[in-house]
Design a binder for this molecule. Structure first.
Ligand code: ATP
Length: 230
């Protein structure tokens, strides 16, 4: 789905990503893991042009992202952020922003797909719980019929129960054909959701492969022995 060709990102004279070459498959959940400051969010943000490489290229389904219209790309590749970001207004108002031509049937289907009661359409988005708000943001992304999802620590503000509910929902969506690139620093979460892994340390890719293969990556020893929480 995404291919990184010798991607370097420099910010303020510091290397944030160094010569990253990797492929993200167009199915399942690919998890990006690594310690704080490793460059995980930057890697994700390159995929919908919230960030651009200093050198190197990123392609989406074979097309160089530099040649794609960012707004069109973001309609095709949805993003869910760390903390829920509902707009002011009702849940319906939030969904209309993503799908201006949508009707209540389509909105109800998106809420159902995000494991929310369609009766929430008329609720003020500000009155949702954290878990509901994060799933409403997922519904807002889904209602736009995006082809793929980028998720940047989407459950870090959630308690265990809503976190696990969100994970189950995502695993189910991925199994039904929405590929995902998901940033986490939590090893236990990776073990619950990952089909494939990209591991970063200090801006360098140290593992691209299976979750099981992480155990053999010497650069991750300290991080993994902390449970990946640092
Ligand atoms: N625009 C910028 N200007 C300067 N430094 C930046 C910029 N963007 C990122 N960085 C630096 O690049 C490094 C990687 O940042 P990034 O947010 O990608 O890491 P991360 O692995 O997602 O971290 P965390 O797990 O803490 O969210 C950090 O040291 C960060 O301070």
């Amino acid at each position: 789905m995404f291919t990184f060709h010798h991607v370097n990102v420099e910010r303020d004279g510091t290397a944030v990503l160094t010569d990253v070459c990797a492929q993200v498959p167009a199915s399942g959940i690919t998890v990006v893991i690594g310690p704080s400051g490793a460059g995980k969010s930057t890697l994700l943000r390159l995929c919908n042009r919230l960030d651009v490489p200093t050198t190197g290229t990123v392609t989406y389904r074979g097309a160089d992202l530099a040649g794609l219209d960012p707004l069109e790309l973001r309609r095709r590749v949805g993003m869910v952020f760390q903390t829920p970001t509902p707009f002011a207004g009702t849940v319906r108002d939030n969904l209309v922003v993503a799908a201006p031509a949508g009707d209540d049937d389509r909105f109800a289907a998106a809420l159902t797909a995000a494991a929310l009661d369609p009766a929430l359409l008329d609720r003020d988005a500000d009155s949702l719980s954290g878990g509901e708000a994060q799933r409403a943001c997922l519904a807002r992304t889904l209602v736009a019929d995006c082809e793929a999802l980028l998720l940047d620590e989407p459950t870090s503000a959630l308690d265990a129960a809503p976190k696990h509910a969100f994970e189950r929902l995502a695993v189910d969506l991925a199994a039904r054909g929405t590929p995902m690139l998901w940033v986490t620093h939590e090893l236990a979460q990776l073990q619950r959701i990952a089909d494939g892994v990209l591991a970063l340390v200090d801006g360098a890719l140290v593992h691209a492969g299976t979750p099981e293969g992480l155990r053999d990556v010497a650069e991750l020893d300290t991080f993994l022995s902390d449970g990946g929480a640092s």
